[in-house]
Design a protein around this ligand. Structure first.
Ligand SMILES: NC(=O)c1ccc[n+]([C@@H]2O[C@H](COP(=O)([O-])OP(=O)(O)OC[C@H]3O[C@@H](n4cnc5c(N)ncnc54)[C@H](OP(=O)(O)O)[C@@H]3O)[C@@H](O)[C@H]2O)c1
Length: 245
């Protein structure tokens, strides 16, 4: 069997970097894509994959990536994240626009651009990284929860539209994962980022990567629709057991 090819967006950090490592260990040739090329090059050298600069909010950047790819067995749409934790009354249009561009339009555009290559693989697979924020809400979270709710609708619609084709569609929905996510959300404020995980044990990027690779490695006739994975210390977005009270 020829080497399977996986494209992982947002592979420069967190869940994406861990997924690239685990996919490479599972025998995939990994194309690691994100904006920070220096990090990707270090990762690609480590795992024997390829590094590609990609901004999922830029259609030209997506087209350039897709143009070099004839066959893709697995697309992991992982790039994304949250900006801010402001109530709707104080919401910032630009932050919302960036979240929609990255988490929703990015998933749509990447999937649309790589569908020919996924079809060429004969048995393609799209794994979208959603969130428990795709079906739960919390005060201050509307910018992020609304995009993850929307991305969930895109994933589910895609499964209906591709019914009858040999392309599997999976959504992996994590709870709290300790990555650069909170640092990005709070504009680099380390104290606020650390408070997100205060007194509890979050998931690691590798915990989520393990779920992604498990779903990818099921037989071609088995579609894992979705995986919801949370820390034991988190029962819902708003119910977190913190040992320091
Ligand atoms: N951490 C959590 O608690 C959590 C929970 C549920 C779901 N998620 C989701 O998991 C995914 C990965 O997040 P993470 O936790 O691993 O956070 P992270 O460490 O901040 O990683 C985010 C990744 O997305 C990339 N990215 C962001 N905007 C991009 C753009 N416009 N174009 C290309 N790449 C872009 C970043 O790379 P560059 O900056 O180099 O481009 C980075 O590699 C996100 O979709 C996030 O919403 C996270």
């Amino acid at each position: 069997m020829s080497e399977r090819i996986a494209v992982v967006t947002g592979a420069s950090s967190g869940i994406g970097a861990a997924t690239a490592r685990r996919l490479a260990a599972a025998g995939y040739r990994v194309i690691a894509a994100a904006r920070r090329l220096d990090r990707l090059e270090a990762l690609a050298a480590e795992i024997g994959g390829a590094a590609r600069r990609l901004d999922v909010t830029d259609p030209a950047s997506i087209a350039a990536l897709a143009a070099g790819l004839e066959r893709v067995d697995l697309l992991v749409n992982n790039a994304g994240g949250a900006l801010g934790l402001d109530p709707i009354e104080r919401s910032d249009d630009e932050r919302w626009r960036i979240m929609w561009e990255a988490n929703v339009l990015g998933v749509m555009r990447m999937t649309r651009a790589l569908l020919p290559a996924l079809r060429a693989a004969g048995a393609g697979h799209v794994i979208n990284i959603g969130s428990v924020s795709g079906f739960e809400i919390y005060p201050g979270g509307a910018g992020y929860t609304s995009v993850k709710h929307a991305a969930r609708a895109v994933t589910q619609t895609l499964r209906l539209e591709l019914l009858g084709e040999p392309i599997r569609i999976t959504e992996v929905n994590p709870g709290l994962v300790e990555t650069e996510f909170a640092r990005v959300r709070f504009d680099g404020d380390e104290a606020k980022a650390a408070a997100t995980y205060r007194g509890m044990t979050p998931l690691t990027g590798d915990d989520v990567a393990e779920c992604i690779v498990w779903a990818a490695n099921r037989p071609a006739h088995v579609n894992v629709d979705e995986i919801v994975v949370r820390p034991l210390d988190q029962a819902s977005v708003g119910h977190i057991h913190r040992r320091d009270g």
